[in-house]
Structure formats: C-alpha cells, structure tokens
Design a binder for this molecule. Sequence first.
Ligand SMILES: Cc1cc2nc3c(=O)[nH]c(=O)nc-3n(C[C@H](O)[C@H](O)[C@H](O)COP(=O)(O)OP(=O)(O)OC[C@H]3O[C@@H](n4cnc5c(N)ncnc54)[C@H](O)[C@@H]3O)c2cc1C
Length: 329
Amino acid sequence: MAGTFAFAESRNGELRKVGFEAVTAARQAADASGGGDVHALIVGAPGIAAQADALGRYGADNVVVVEHAALERYSPEVVAATAAERIRSGQYRAAFFSASAQGRDLAPRVAAQLGVTLASDVIAFELQGDDVLAQHPAYTGKVIVTLRLTGVPAVLSLRPGALTAVEQPRSARIEQAAPAVDPASARVVVTELLQQTATKLDLGEAPVIVSGGRGLRAAEHFKLVEDLAAAFGNAAVGATRAVTDDGWRPATDQIGQTGRLVSPDLYVAVGISGAIQHLAGMRTAKTIVAINKDKDAPIFKVADYGIVGDLFEIMPRLTDEVRKARGSR
Ligand SMILES: Cc1cc2nc3c(=O)[nH]c(=O)nc-3n(C[C@H](O)[C@H](O)[C@H](O)COP(=O)(O)OP(=O)(O)OC[C@H]3O[C@@H](n4cnc5c(N)ncnc54)[C@H](O)[C@@H]3O)c2cc1C
C-alpha cells in the first residue's frame, strides 16, 4: 500500500476545479496500489483552511494546510519548497499537480528539487507494477506519447479537464503546517493578478467552450459566439491565434500550441480551419463540434459532429435551439 500526494491549487482563497482533479487522480492511484492514503496540500492566505473539508469530499484522507499572510498569491519558491518537503517526507508513490498556468511553473520546480522526472500535461495514466505510465500529447498533439516513470515518486501534471473530478467522500484529517521557507526570503513575488473580467468563466474551468476563428470575418461578429456561449450558460469563449493576432479578441482567449490547453466536455469550433497549432490546444476535448463551410477543413478530422455550412446562417439557429433546450428563453 502506497500513499499518494495531490497539490490542491487555489486562487483568491478558493480551491480551483483543477485541484479537485488532482485529488481525484491521487485517489485513483492510491486505490490502484492497494488503497493507500491520499495526502493533499493547500497553500494560501489565512482562511484557506476553510477549504480543506472540500478535499475530503474528493477522496483526500489527510489535508495539510499552509497558511501565511504573504501567500495570498502564488509564490513559486515558497510553494515549490513546501510541496517538495511534504512529498519527501511522505514517501509517496506518485504526486499530482495540474498543468494549469500555475502548475506548469510549480511541478517542474518540485520535480527538480526532488531529483525525479516529471510527466507534464498528462491526459491519462495507469499504474503498472512499480511504474507509472503516463500519456501525454506531443508534436502539437499529433501523437500521444506513453511515458514510463520508474522513479519514486512519479510526479505528474494533469492537463486541466482531461480527468473528471469525482466525489468519493472521506472524513479528512486536517493538519496545519508552516511554509518550508520564509516567504520574506522569496526572490520572486507575484504582486498582482489581473483577470480579464471577474465574472468571466475561465477557459480551464469551463465545461463548454465556444471558439471562433477567422471565418467570423470581423470582431463584431463574435457576438454570434458569445450568444451561443450565453445560451449554454456554462460556456467560455475561446479564439484562434488568427483572431487574437488581429485584435478581435484578447490574447488570453487564444487556444492552441502557443495559447491555452483545454479539455472541456464540449468544444464548439466556429469558422476555424483546424490548423495543427490550434488542434494542439483542444483536440483532447471530450466532444468536438465544428461548423465550417469547407467540407475539407482539417477541423472535421477531429470533430465528433460536423456542420458544413455558412456559420452566419447556422449560429443563430443553433443558439435558438440551445436556448430552447436549456429553457433559458
Ligand atoms: C509557431 C506557431 C504557433 C501558432 N500557435 C497557434 C495557437 O496557439 N492557436 C491557434 O489557433 N493558431 C496558432 N497558430 C496559427 C495557426 O497556424 C493558424 O494560422 C490559425 O489557427 C488559423 O486560424 P483560423 O482557423 O481562425 O483561420 P483560418 O485558417 O483562416 O480558417 C478560417 C476558417 O473559417 C472557415 N469559414 C470562412 N467563412 C466561413 C463561413 N461563413 N461559415 C463557416 N466557415 C467559414 C474557412 O473555411 C476556414 O476553414 C500558430 C502558428 C504558428 C506558426
């Protein structure tokens, strides 16, 4: 029986969905190795301890809470040292992080401090004997590489949304701990976190993403994409690089190799050709719907459902149908 570790990411004092995904993965790995304990770590400003019980709901047996006034925002050096110290002392089989913006900074630091290898941007994993096999998209998603992690612990960062968070309630023991290094000694300090709009759903958290491409022809036509997203009610709006480069949408909306990597339940691609660099960011979505007037557009190769036609005719009708189905008229 070997325990596992999960880093539960938070922002503004709230746990993030990717944190629950990491705990779910740790639970799966612990169960697969005979039912060891799952230890989760939360780091944040005083008050973050109130979030600890929620991790028990997703299968954590033990939650270590590190609260410090200087940790309201992510502190790369302090969080990495604290996570590495916990993992070192726990003799875990595997440690899970998110491949979110924060996790992509944190997980390599932790792996380096532990002197073990990291499988990053993992979309699936399994335990095989003493090893962990981790699948990870490479070459802009054209191939899925299976990595065999032989070191202990195996450190993995999970692509947001690739794994569904599952509630498996436990009454978690909650333990307070101090940061492994003094936050005052940190050389890198995040002074501000700018969010586009406080109410906007984050692309990494949204179960549905409606994305628009150059086929929309002008910035103002993105209203069609926004209307469909609003009709779903739980959707975020994404874009291709062609669109963000033209200034039709902010750079933060860009999905793809040089933008956000997303795995929503549903991805609707509107007027998007499906260039490999775009596919690299969204081809692991669970269901892909594409609307394109060119029946040979590459996006149809990855789409589960394709609508060949003029988006300007299709979008208002589709939005209407979604509104009716969701009863949100
Ligand atoms: C190093 C590098 C990194 C890159 N990183 C990214 C990245 O992260 N993300 C990204 O998205 N791109 C990236 N790109 C750019 C990428 O190669 C493509 O140029 C871009 O994705 C194309 O965007 P698009 O699909 O919106 O535009 P286009 O390729 O121009 O496609 C527009 C589509 O709209 C369709 N269309 C037109 N009118 C209509 C209509 N009325 N109804 C229905 N369909 C219509 C057309 O048939 C066409 O398929 C990168 C490129 C490079 C070189």
